[in-house]
Design a protein. Sequence first.
Length: 126
Amino acid sequence: MTALFSIDGVTFDIPVVEIKREAPVLDKYATRTEGGDLEREIVGVYFNYTLTFPNLAINTEEYAKLWDKVTEPVEFHDFVVPGTTGTFSFRGYITTAGDALRRVHNNKNYWGGLSIKLIAKEPARK
């Protein structure tokens, strides 16, 4: 699967194997009354994404560029990912980036299976 995505306006020439999205509903508070009824105030619905890349990176330079970007020690990034129709843009942060060393050949390391989790800074829906 190829999908358009960017981080801080930077695109990468690496296919995306899978894109998952979640839409957690976050509460300002949620509490049970003595009678057992739930009272809650919803902050909003956040759209979070997990992107998974191929098991073995063929373009090692582009893969290294992506790895460097997703491991930058910055508070927030601007993401563009596939939406329900077209693309969805949001500001957020990366909670996890992980991959695995898949092969070593001629003193060159080939990493793959990168997965990154993108968490929205603000609700997509209130």
